[in-house]
Design a protein around this ligand. Structure first.
Ligand SMILES: [Zn+2]
Length: 72
């Protein structure tokens, strides 16, 4: 009789441990990355691909003085 009770206790405790474990896994992902990207993307670039020629407005390449081209 006593051993039967003990078996039930062990079963109950293991089940509650499992439940606790599943609760632990259901934590909300608070650190989810935001969908919006605040950084301004460069849309104009030197046709020669010079370093530092990227700009968000039309102009001339600071390296080779070529007209910047719009990137698609
Ligand atoms: Zn250039």
């Amino acid at each position: 009789m006593l051993s039967h009770l003990r078996a039930i206790l062990i079963l109950v405790s293991s089940v509650s441990l499992l439940l606790l474990g599943s609760c632990e896994q259901q934590k909300p992902a608070a650190t989810a990355p935001a969908a919006a990207t605040p950084a301004v993307q460069a849309r104009y670039e030197c046709p020669m691909g010079c370093a530092g020629s990227q700009s968000n407005k039309p102009g001339k390449c600071p390296v080779c003085e070529m007209e910047l081209v719009k990137k698609s």
